[in-house]
Design a protein around this ligand. Structure first.
Ligand SMILES: *Cc1c(COP(=O)(O)O)cnc(C)c1O
Length: 384
């Protein structure tokens, strides 16, 4: 049966995850080797050196390309290394338009490293198509967006923004880390490339870093393979295996994340001490209708306003089931303070401009019993 045509959960478990032809092992073998023996000059089994290719990595790349609906995927040592691979496809003089509210590490890479190599960046609110169009220049090559954004949970209309980009001969890149391909597949809406920090939902167990770029055209696939080989920011075979194992349960994990996320968002929305909740699954989210159109679930990323740094700290020091930590997308509930953690590097002025306050708390709802998460939030908020 052509597994590429199966449902999502079946693909996650079987594409690239075929039993080992040598032994029948149902779990993919890990190949910790740096090099491969050759039969004679110019004759080998398709593998020469592990920076260029590794069988465990090949399996993961096949799997992730299928889950996002791309033609090819390439994995890197972290989400940031994957984003850096995309920008390495550009050249000095090229211009990039990017969302104004991205994961904090992304503008840090753009502004503090890549501008030194002659790339220029303009940041706009990508929920506003007119602003995006105005930002395009003759030399704009990429539009880089997140939807929903981190931590404000703002959406951009993927099919509209893909169409606009293509009219201007700009490639659309979507960082799809927050929803995973289970709830949103940007390539189906016209995106040219999708990037993930596999560290988050795809791996799902908070035990390994990684990144992937999924692409839609042969030239992109060739360039990305070339960049893996040239720049060498590859993912180790063991980390590849962790993600292969993690994605086997992606569908059931995401279903649970979504169910619990909705319950936690509803709880927070009615709490007297919570001033505002940012979650696309709430009917009063300004883009709730758009969320229903382009996402098949709302996920478990929620941001809420406690009113002040003191209130945020008051509750964050009391949590016991939730862990105060950076990162997201694990089976365990992680709670964080964007202003001093993920978005510290954006600076006070930068945060003020886009609306990240000192009282904001971001929660990545895990898959523990939701009553325990709610009880924990309840006692922590009572103490704040
Ligand atoms: C974490 C994250 C990244 C960076 O990924 P790393 O694996 O930490 O390098 C990029 N984008 C988003 C949306 C993230 O959450």
């Amino acid at each position: 049966m052509a597994k590429q045509k199966c449902g999502f959960a079946t693909k996650a478990i079987h594409v690239g995850q075929e039993p080992d032809p040598l032994t029948g092992a149902v779990s993919a073998p890990i190949y910790p080797t740096s090099t491969y023996v050759q039969q004679e000059i110019g004759k080998n089994k398709g593998y020469e050196y592990a920076r260029v290719s590794n069988p465990t990595r090949d399996r993961l790349e096949t799997n992730l390309a299928a889950l996002e609906g791309g033609i090819s995927a390439r994995v890197f040592g972290s989400g940031m290394a994957a984003i850096n691979a995309i920008t390495s496809m550009l050249k000095a003089g090229d211009h990039v338009v990017a969302g104004h509210n991205l994961y904090g590490g992304t503008p840090r890479l753009f502004n503090q490293v890549l501008t030194n190599f002659g790339l220029t960046f303009t940041y706009v609110d990508t929920s506003d198509l007119q602003k995006v169009e105005k930002a395009f220049r003759k030399n704009t090559r990429l539009l880089f967006v997140e939807t929903p954004t981190n931590p404000l949970m703002e959406l951009c209309d993927l099919s509209a923004i893909a169409e606009l980009s293509h009219q201007h001969k700009v490639e659309l890149v979507v960082d799809n880390t927050f929803t995973s391909p289970y709830f949103q597949r940007p390539i189906e809406f016209g995106a040219d490339m999708v990037v993930h920090s596999t560290t988050k939902f795809l791996n799902g167990h908070s035990d390994g870093l990684g990144g992937v770029v999924v692409c839609t055209r042969r030239e992109q696939a060739e360039k990305l393979a070339f960049l893996q080989k040239c720049a060498g920011a590859i993912l180790s075979p063991f980390e590849c295996w962790l993600i292969l194992r993690g994605v086997k349960t992606l569908a059931v994990r995401m279903e649970q994340h979504d169910q619990s996320g909705r319950k936690v968002a509803a709880y927070l929305a009615q709490h007297k001490k919570v001033k505002r909740v940012f979650y696309p699954g709430l009917p009063d989210h300004p883009q709730h209708e758009l969320a229903k159109r382009q996402m098949t679930g709302f996920g478990s990323m929620i941001t809420f306003e406690t009113g002040s740094l003191a209130n945020a700290n008051g509750m964050l020091r009391k949590v016991r089931v939730c862990s105060l930590a950076e990162s997201l997308g694990g089976v365990e509930t992680l709670i964080s303070h964007p202003a001093t953690m993920t978005h510290a590097g954006v600076g006070e002025e930068g945060r003020r401009k886009i609306g990240i306050t000192d009282g904001m708390v971001r929660i990545s709802v895990g898959i523990e019993n939701v009553e325990d998460i709610l009880a924990d939030l309840d006692q922590a908020l009572a103490a704040s």
